[in-house]
Ligand binder design. Sequence first.
Ligand SMILES: C[S@@+](CC[C@H](N)C(=O)[O-])C[C@H]1O[C@@H](n2cnc3c(N)ncnc32)[C@H](O)[C@@H]1O
Length: 281
Amino acid sequence: MSTTEAVAPLWDFVGHYVGRFSVAPDFGALGQYEFIGEALLPIAQMIVDTAAIKPGEAVLDVGARNNAALLAAQAGAKVTAIEVSPRLLDVARERLKDFPDTRFELADVAKLPFPDASFDAVIDAVSLMFGADREAAVAEMARVLKPGGRIVWTGWFGGDAISDVAKIQINDTAAVVGQAPFPYSYWGNEDEMRALFGARGFDIVLTKHPMVNTGPAPRTFLEGLDQVHPVSRGCSLALEKAGLFERTMTRMVEAIERRNEDSEGTKISRHYVVGVATRKA
Ligand SMILES: C[S@@+](CC[C@H](N)C(=O)[O-])C[C@H]1O[C@@H](n2cnc3c(N)ncnc32)[C@H](O)[C@@H]1O
């Protein structure tokens, strides 16, 4: 059996991340995304603050769990949360149980089950980047947005140790499963975003924000991340099956060590991007 055949069943789990148009799987079935979500809370806060959500507004949150939906509900919005993972949709339901007006739908952002012009704002805290069909996602978000509404999304700026690590893991997995690798910083790239949203009649403004990731020594840090992050878990399962896990992990540890700011543990400075799209006047 060739390497590609040996890992083929795992493609459903990693394909949406390393390949572009594959069907989104149950992201939440692997790992324990809840722990990652906690670390990314400041990003969700920045998204909700940037969207300047007002009480009574109809807000669509792409990708539940769900920090951004909770923060928008706390700001007084009537929130609709969509999610492709049934398990994470349940996590979001529990998290927003004090906001009974919140609507939850198992839905892909690229195929939204809502009428035209339904929302004042569409927000995305680190979800669109997980391999949604981009053109379809933007077309659908544009369709459901009211005139004068805004789309606020997240991207990684790239050029840091975490993006180095992600690229190594994604490229190695892509080679194993025989697919083109996913461009990690796509949603944080101003030229790409101008083209993507411009084609749907939007002006965009991007801002860059710092964040720091800390943890134990690089190998322990990466092994811990690998236990909880669904994409890392999916890639590692594919690499393990192909007998390549250790080779990739060694290169990932070296990538952290090259830019590590903490001699005893791990400290990585990086940036994320927040984009705001509004319809051209
Ligand atoms: C990194 S999590 C972010 C969760 C949440 N926004 C938060 O702030 O806690 C990404 C989520 O997006 C969901 N997702 C991925 N692709 C999606 C798609 N095409 N449509 C809707 N949700 C998607 C995943 O299942 C996952 O729960």
